[in-house]
Design a protein around this ligand. Structure first.
Ligand SMILES: [Zn+2]
Ligand SMILES: [Zn+2]
Ligand SMILES: [Zn+2]
Ligand SMILES: [Zn+2]
Length: 229
């Protein structure tokens, strides 16, 4: 299947990596628009997103945010309106800085859509291997690196206070992960852990010999309690 995301620069004819705003060869600006549903960067002029078939709208530019891209350092982040959400974008590396509330909204919407899977995003050159932690564009504190959803393999940079930094394609990949039910297992596991915690707390308050024998978890806890007494 030909890669629908393969782009050619109208200026110099060079092949452009999908998810770029500028041609890497001649720096010409490419007519792109970000999909408000899956956050993939698409060619302007198409009616539907090639990744999720969502309707492509218009992007609003809200102007420079007055903070620098954590990766490109001397390039300001631009406030971009994607659908009804505002994100900070570096038009040079197409990285995105998203505040926590907005990211929560993005994941909640992706979860509501779950099942409606995206086609896999084509992979281009990944971000350069980092040796240093990136600094938050807002407060300049070093951000934490987290594996999003614990097993997505998407390493996001998080300022607890201000938001999350996504390198090129990482937000679209995170949305794809959530769309595919990636957070479900995490939730299941959290639920099981919470149940166990409650049962351990309960077990501490009761006499192990009074637990019914058909209660598997109960009898397991009882045997643990007996051996620890
Ligand atoms: Zn070019
Ligand atoms: Zn899309
Ligand atoms: Zn940048
Ligand atoms: Zn910060």
């Amino acid at each position: 299947m030909p890669d629908a995301r393969q782009l050619t620069c109208p200026g110099c004819g060079a092949t452009v990596h999908p998810g770029s705003r500028l041609c890497g060869h001649c720096q010409a600006e490419l007519a792109t628009v970000r999909c408000a549903q899956c956050f993939s960067l698409e060619m302007a002029g198409s009616k539907h997103c090639a990744q999720c078939a969502g309707l492509l709208g218009l992007e609003g530019i809200e102007g420079a945010l007055g903070v620098a891209c954590p990766r490109c350092a001397d390039v300001d982040l631009i406030g971009v309106q994607v659908g009804d959400l505002s994100v900070g974008e570096c038009l040079c590396c197409t990285g995105l800085f998203v505040d926590h509330r907005t990211f929560e909204q993005i994941t909640r919407r992706a979860e509501a859509r779950a099942g409606l899977r995206l086609r896999p995003l084509s992979t281009g050159p990944t971000a350069p291997e980092r040796t240093a932690y990136l600094r938050c564009p807002r407060c300049a504190v070093h951000m934490n690196r987290l594996n999003f959803g614990e097993r997505s393999g998407i390493i996001i940079d998080v300022c607890r206070e201000h938001g999350v930094w996504f390198d090129r394609d990482e937000l679209a990949r995170a949305v794809e992960f959530v769309d595919g039910g990636g957070l479900d297992r995490l939730r299941d596991r959290d639920r099981v852990a919470a149940t166990l915690r409650r049962r351990v707390d309960l077990a501490r308050t009761i006499d192990p010999s009074t637990l019914p024998s058909y209660d598997m978890v109960g009898s397991f806890l009882a045997s643990m309690l007996r051996s620890s007494r």
